[in-house]
Design a protein around this ligand. Sequence first.
Ligand code: BGC
Length: 682
Amino acid sequence: MNPSLSPEERANLLIAAMTLNDKIAMLHGVTAPKKKAANAYDFALPPIGYVGYVPPNPRLGIPALTLADGRAGVGNMAKDVTLLPAPIAAASSWDPVLLNEFGHLLGNEEWGKGTNVALSPSIDVVRVPEWGRTFESYGEDPYFNGVMAAAEIQGIQSEGPIANANMYLTMNQESDRFREDSIVDERTMQEIYLLPFAAAVEEGHVGTLMCAYVKTNEIYSCQNAQILGDFVRKQLGFQGWVMSDWGATHSTVDAANHGLDQQMPDDSYFGAALKAAVLADRVSQAKIDEHVRHILATMFKFGLFDKAPGGTWMSNVRSRQHDQFSRHVAEQGTILLKNDGDLLPLKEGPSIAVIGEAGKNKPKAEGGGSSGVAPPYVVSPWEGIRKRAGSGGNISYDDGDDPAKAAEVASTAQTAIVVVHTDETEGSDRPNLQLPGNQDQLIQAVAKVNRRTLVVLDTGGPVLMLWVNQVAAIVEAWYPGQEDGNALAAVLFGDVNPSARLPLTLPRTAEAIPTSRKEQWPGVEGHSTYSERLNVGYRWYDATGTEPLFPFGFGLSYTTFRVSHLSIKRHTLSADELLHGATASITVDVTNTGARDGAEVVQLYVAHPAANGEPPHQLFAFGKVSLRREETKPLKLSVDRRAFSIYNPTDHRWKVKPGAYGILVGTSSRDLPLKGTITVQK
Ligand code: BGC
């Protein structure tokens, strides 16, 4: 209990005082605690509610571990919490500061609920557009996901709880998720799938990782020595602990010896069986101590021994500011994809027909599965629009069940807003990218009778838009959280100038996607082959010359921007300098050329020398700039050695590769008008 000692020293002193039973008890959760703890760290109420629980050790003063879900708010049916927009919406802001605040809110509410390990964020790269958990993630680019992960983790952890980067590794589909085997080469694992986790560890200083359900190259994640040992401990120097996803532990000896620290949620492999394995010398005492040290040192580091929990599962953690923040995130995450004839922003005193189930009767505020949050309320699009339109507005509604009837309602209004949705959830992938049910017909029927038709997409991932040329405007609002309608109305009426950008590519057809072959997804006989290798997301569209419907990084505004004057500080850098932390610095001017204040997201992509076999260009820096109308500001972007490195699977190392690199700057992966070169010398 001496806080002047380091967390490791404190952990070692404690470990010296622990029996084998004490140690084993730290290495697994319990599903039904038998008796209430009775020490200073006692929780006033039994820890029902927490999805994971490690009881306290009163004799040694070890506090309980209380784990709760929540990618978009405290999960596991907690009451009196805030429902935020889905992480994919937050990420669409392309604003790490917003993600950091998102983490703060989440961490604050988790801590206020007595949670000391918050099972967030989910940072896997979206490989398959049909993936049922796309909405829980940030998108398809590894660098981008890493930036967002570090920002959110820092936010969560500065409020008290230990964050959890999940799901590690190659967790990219729900189909067959308890057995699926991702066949993926080592270079791809490193350059695409590991990258966000590297940022979570090295920049986010995340306290825990969750190993995934799936196998990677035939070995279950939670007993995979390469990914739990070589990658995470040796390469990234991770000091925290690895817990298994719920039910993702498949062995005792292999899991313990290959790097799993803690089984969740129960003790089927890491309870009596682990003790027996130790007594039989199949798992060493030193190994057990190592796992316990990972857990205890992290608990010390986060102050869990030195401060009381922030509340209990029954605490009310909501506030007006949290409601407002939820709305702010939804506004910042709503992407304007199309706006023909300046349909938007809407004028005052409008006549509007809101169409579709999600428009009023069943607003689609969140995705399904373990990330589910019990929302305090949800403002429907109809309600939000009606409130914003005020007494001058005439807002009708039809649930869209019968497209012909809906078209009749739509034909009498100035503007028709069709709100469509998908029902994405953990546990299953979408069978295809079409809008479910009759929603495509509904949009087409409405568009036929009303030239001013706007489609609002409340989806968790990409959908096909067969009607893209028939409607005047399209807005991707994702799963927008409890403030759904208020945020939507603010964007539609121009109170907020949309500034979000796509964090993933929207495809034109079902075939024109990177994972269209069955052996890639959902796999054949339990194997999903990552044959697209590094060409994930926009990389594949660029490498194959395939036109996306809307490219990665794209989004419109009510104003217009120009990016100009690319200037590269130093055109030549040495590999050695880069390895010692030098960065290449690039500046551009960003101008708001329109008549409204707004914000632009400037993106920098790096094109490797052709011989490296890299995708055509990859995102390595971005910045968001707020500009008053006609204002110009300089923006500085910098890239470090990662942009000039590739992974060599033969000697299992990242290497800075000499050569001439293209520096491409613009406002989407398909709009990169500014070009320069940086040469890396040996
Ligand atoms: C999910 C995890 C979640 C856990 C606990 C699992 O099914 O994959 O994301 O944290 O359940 O609810």
